[in-house]
Every structure is written in C-alpha cells, then in structure tokens.
Design a protein around this ligand. Structure first.
Ligand SMILES: [Zn+2]
Length: 330
C-alpha cells in the first residue's frame, strides 16, 4: 500500500492520507493503444475516438477535484479514488471518490458536463442544454443513492460500525450552470471544502476508531477489482486488424526498424534503445498478458530468435511453462 504525501499539506508539515491515488484508467490506456494500432482508415476509428474523448473528460473532471480535496484536514480523513467492489451479490459498484473520517463517510460522484444542467426530480433525469439543444443523461442522484445503499450493505458485512453515509454530485466544470437541483446534493467542485466542513459540524459522534478506519481502507484496497474491458470484443474489432511492429516513442510511426542494436524511425529519424518495451505494453493492453519468443518476434518484427531472447531476458519477465512452450508474464 502506498501512502501519498500531498504537497499542500506537506507545506503545513502534516501528511494527508490518500490511500488509493488516481491513475490513468485502463480503458483510456487501451483506447490509446488501439487507436495508434489501427490503420488510419479503419471503420471503427471515429467511434473509438469519441469514446476516448468521453473517457478523458470524465478522468479530467475527477482529477480536477483533487485540488479542492487538498484543503481537507489530513489528520481527519482518508480518501480513496476509483473504487470498484463486489457488493456480495455478484454486482459491482463503483465509486469515484470515497472520503471518510471517524464520524461519517462521503461519496462523491464527479460529473464533467458542460452547458446548463437541470436535475428533474419528477422524472429522475438529468437534462443538459447546450447550443439550444436538449440532451438527456442518466440521473446521477439515482446513481449515488444506489451506490450509497450498496456501500452501506458492504460495510455492514465487514462487521465494522457504520457511520452515516452522505453523497454529493460534484460538477467539475466551473462554467457549467446548475439550474434547478437539490442544493445539498449537487455542488460545484469549488464548494467541496465548505460542504465537507458542514458535514463535520453535523456529525459529531465518533463511530469508528482510528484503527477501524485503517482496517476499512485496507479492506477496500484488498477487495477492489479494476474494470478490465475487452475492447476488441466490445467494438467487434479483429485481432488481425491490429498493426504489429514497434511504435516510435516520438512520432508514433509504426513500425520502427531494428538497426545495430537500436530501434530506428524512418518517419522522424529518431533512435530508441527500448521502444520494444512500449510495444509490449500495447501487447498486454490489447492481446494478452503472456508472450512467447515467437509472438514477441512477430509483434515487434524481430527476425532473429537470439536477439529476441536477449531482449526478453533483459526485461527480467517471469517465465511460465517449460522450455518448449515457454511464455513470459508481462
Ligand atoms: Zn518517429
């Protein structure tokens, strides 16, 4: 488990406990890998680009609230980002950010949606008006209500005392206009510290001990399962459509050429010692998490078996299987 030090808090001489930091979602990594490895005229490309833009907006929205969270008293709160757990009945629930103290828990659902937003409580829908066009989104209030229930049930199963669980929909885009929404449930990111201090005043009773807080966070970290989608299957893309070859770290041209112990890019004339490592990351993201010498040579366009062996050996990957069918864990 890694405990991250927050720069603002470090300046105040104390540590903030962020036990699960935000990392680039695997879906974004996969979309990027897929987009650079499909021929430029591939029919699925524009759909993948749209999906990437949507995922990036969500990720940037979540990242942008980190600044506001840095104002929290680091001795009092534990913050966990991007949690996904089994609720015990085979359904997964996902939480953008979970904050908890000894007195209460707070669940944040971050939305990066621009335009004017209307939370329609009669029909449980979210309307967005932008450029005179109306568009519907799934109701985030309904979504967090469900998450709260699932988190509460999960919590009780861990045999830990359950503090009150609150939730907030956080609109990360400061220029978004929130029109008609329950004011204690939908907020702009900048007012997050204010809402959290309001909750601190509201809930005074100590429900969890410090030890139980730590136990809770390690249980969540242990039970967290990241969502790993098979994009090829999902978008109906054939494995054969994926371009093989080592891509250039500078200009993304595929393939680079193996020349005198390095990789050479014909497009931008640059050299790289270890560009095959990036190709192996793409291989893992798109094809599989083990690779044989043969598969490595085919994917990276290496003709010599002994050079491939040397490159693989230098990566110190864990070997699986006997000599003949040996594969390496990526
Ligand atoms: Zn290049």
């Amino acid at each position: 488990m890694r405990i991250y030090r927050n720069s603002l808090s470090t300046m105040r001489g104390v540590d903030v406990l962020i036990k699960k930091n935000r990392s680039v979602p695997i879906k974004i990594q996969k979309l990027n890998a897929l987009l650079r490895r499909l021929p430029f005229n591939h029919p699925k490309k524009s759909r993948l680009q749209e999906e990437l833009a949507k995922s990036m907006a969500g990720y940037n929205g979540e990242k942008s609230i980190d600044f506001h969270l840095s104002f929290l008293d680091p001795r009092a709160f534990i913050i966990l980002h991007d949690i996904r757990m089994d609720d015990g009945d085979g359904r997964y629930f996902q939480i953008d950010t979970l904050i908890f103290s000894t007195k209460f828990a707070l669940l944040l659902e971050v939305k990066n949606i621009s335009g004017t937003l209307i939370f329609d409580r009669t029909y449980n829908q979210l309307l967005r008006i932008i450029n005179d066009k109306e568009e519907g989104f799934p109701d985030p209030i309904l979504q967090v209500t469900r998450q709260k229930k699932q988190l509460g049930e999960w919590w009780v199963k861990q045999k830990l005392p359950l503090p009150p669980i609150s939730s907030l929909i956080v609109i990360s885009n400061p220029s978004t206009i929130i029109k008609s929404a329950p004011s204690n449930q939908v907020i702009h990111a900048a007012s997050l510290p204010y809402h959290i201090s309001k909750l601190t005043q509201q809930f005074k009773e100590e429900i969890l001990t410090q030890k139980e807080m730590k136990k809770l966070s390690s249980l969540i970290l242990k039970q967290h399962v990241s969502l790993d989608q098979d994009l090829l299957n999902q978008y109906d893309i054939l494995k054969e459509d994926i371009l093989t070859g080592v891509h250039c770290p500078s200009c993304y041209h595929i393939p680079m050429q193996r020349q005198r112990g390095t990789w050479f890019c014909h497009a931008c004339q640059s050299n790289s010692i270890d560009a095959h490592k990036l190709a192996l990351i793409d291989y893992k993201l798109l094809i599989g998490d083990t690779i044989s010498n043969n598969q490595f040579r085919h994917f990276c366009h290496i003709s010599s078996k002994s050079i491939a062996s040397k490159l693989l050996a230098a990566l110190e990957l864990e070997p699986i299987g006997n000599r003949k069918g040996r594969k390496y864990k990526l």
